[in-house]
Design a protein around this ligand. Structure first.
Ligand code: C5P
Length: 220
């Protein structure tokens, strides 16, 4: 059985992470959360006082932090220069700055290189989730999925994760980040021509997982 490469892209709050982890676990594949890598490099920039309004300042240090992703779907991990940053990369501050950092071409080149080498090293295959995996990072993936959902469904899901947050504020922040990610020049959030689009608004997580597992098995 050859290694199978699955690319799962889509905007925030569509269920990419939950779906990708479950599919990888069920099929015995590795798992890579590429958003966590962009968050990790953003965390490092914030920690080191890099001026987020200056793309050239970001570009100049894009190669500095060492980012290591653990690809076990039942225990994904991420470190920066040896420090576990799984918690700190989910703060409001990092979330509000990650789009600016990830729009810098030098950052994307660096992180894309890491992603390709991780995918190439996954013996049985891997599920890679992000924004530009099917279009740019792994254009030869065996299966490309593009997850969508209504803004209301997405905001409601995010709010379920962030206890006590205001749903309107969550929706606005989410739409703002998607607009930035979709409109950047270098590999924006986009559906690949050959991706299968799945609207998850009215599906349970279990239904989405089953749908993707079936699609992968058809490719194997
Ligand atoms: O998936 P998550 O919400 O954690 O991603 C955080 C951010 O990382 C996105 O809003 C986007 O700016 C960036 N990202 C990206 N390309 C990817 C994955 C994430 O630019 N493949």
């Amino acid at each position: 059985r050859a290694a199978v490469i699955v690319a799962i892209d889509g905007p925030s709050g569509t269920g990419k992470s939950s779906t990708s982890k479950a599919v990888a676990t069920q099929l015995g594949l590795r798992y890579l959360d590429t958003g966590a890598q962009y968050r990790a490099i953003t965390w490092w920039m914030v920690n080191n006082g890099i001026d987020m309004d200056d793309p050239s300042a970001i570009a100049a240090v894009a190669g500095k932090p060492e980012i290591v992703s653990g690809t076990d779907p039942s225990a994904p991990s991420i470190t920066v220069d040896g420090t576990d940053v799984a918690g700190p990369i989910r703060t409001q501050e990092v979330t509000s700055k990650v789009s600016a950092v990830s729009a810098v071409p030098e950052v994307r080149t660096r992180i894309t290189g890491l992603q390709r080498s991780i995918a190439a090293g996954a013996e049985n295959g891997i599920v890679v989730e992000g924004r530009d995996i099917g279009t740019t990072v792994l254009p030869d993936a065996d299966l490309k999925i593009f997850l969508t959902a209504s803004p209301e469904a997405r905001a409601a899901r995010r709010n379920g994760e962030l206890k006590g947050a205001d749903v309107n504020a969550t929706r606005e922040a989410l739409l703002k980040r998607d607009a930035a990610d979709s409109s950047r020049k270098t590999s924006p959030l986009a559906k690949a021509d050959d991706a299968v689009e799945v609207d998850t608004s009215d599906l349970t997580l279990q239904q989405v997982i089953e749908c993707v597992v079936t699609l992968v098995e058809e490719k194997r």
